[in-house]
Design a protein around this ligand. Sequence first.
Ligand code: ATP
Ligand code: MG
Length: 327
Amino acid sequence: MTVLTDRQLAPRTEQATAVIETYELSKTYRTGFFMNQQIESLKKCSLQIFAGETFGLLGLNGAGKTTLLKSLLGIVRPTHGRSQILGSSIDDPEVRQRIGYLPENAYFYDYLTGWEVLEFTADLFQIPHKIRKQRIPALLDMVGLAQSAATGKKMRQYSKGMQQRIGMAQALINDPDIVFLDEPMSGLDPLGRKQMRDIILALSDNRKTVFFNSHILTEVEQICTRVGILSRGELIACGTLDELLTYSTGSYTVQGRSGSMDILQRWISDLEVDGDRWRGQLRGEPQEFLATMRLMEAELIEIRQGKMSLEDFFMQQMSIRGINSST
Ligand SMILES: Nc1ncnc2c1ncn2[C@@H]1O[C@H](COP(=O)(O)OP(=O)(O)OP(=O)(O)O)[C@@H](O)[C@H]1O
Ligand SMILES: [Mg+2]
């Protein structure tokens, strides 16, 4: 008999190093003519992200994802709390050298070519010419823009998706240890999304840490090792997909052999029978079902806790809080 519950905790070791840490990070924007209106965009957000993780931050429009990312990067000043990257402040130039950033709405000089954008960024990072001569074509190739770059197309002639791709190449120009991506899939066609996904997976294979914001739950599900959900500025859930999706469902699938079909039909929905073997969805409590099985001398082959999809989990979390539209 095998009893599988899938309750595997994160494969994190004691030595895991937190490379991004926030403690009660909060941001209240002041707006209005007299700056007398307040928008609490981030509320006491405490988070740890470990080296080599691909962390996806989810949330509806206006949930505070960009605010959190910008607060981490020192682009906006938090009103409360603190954060560290690679054990230091983001103001530390050495830390800045080791991170890459793709903003939500990347802006480029219209008259530059893709190649020149990357040259310009390489200048800012003081990357030696010998290295950039190899890195720029490799990055252009990686984001699928080698051809556009070869024709000397200017940024004003780039489509939204092409700009997003060049933004990704720009974020990687310094071969960063941590990459922050704000909606990396935005504006991309299906092929572009797949390429972006493959780039993120390749970064992960190279032990880079990736922190990204997204709405596209299926993409997040495919590439993240851990996810966090922000709702109205609050981090309402955070964990590995196994932790979040397995614990949050009370459903079990069961498989077994022999026993009384009448009794099994009462306990199991979608019952499938093949000879003396059967399987289906358990209706009641597993412990009570196991006791019933012993009484009817049935053999249990497997009982497995069901998993929700990330989308179901996300919707459940929103509905628990009575949220049915973006703020
Ligand atoms: N500069 C600003 N001044 C005033 N309010 C702001 C500013 N930037 C963001 N906000 C507000 O803060 C809240 C969070 O915005 P933020 O951009 O962080 O959300 P988001 O989760 O990134 O949304 P989206 O998915 O649409 O990108 C929103 O209510 C927004 O209106
Ligand atoms: Mg945003």
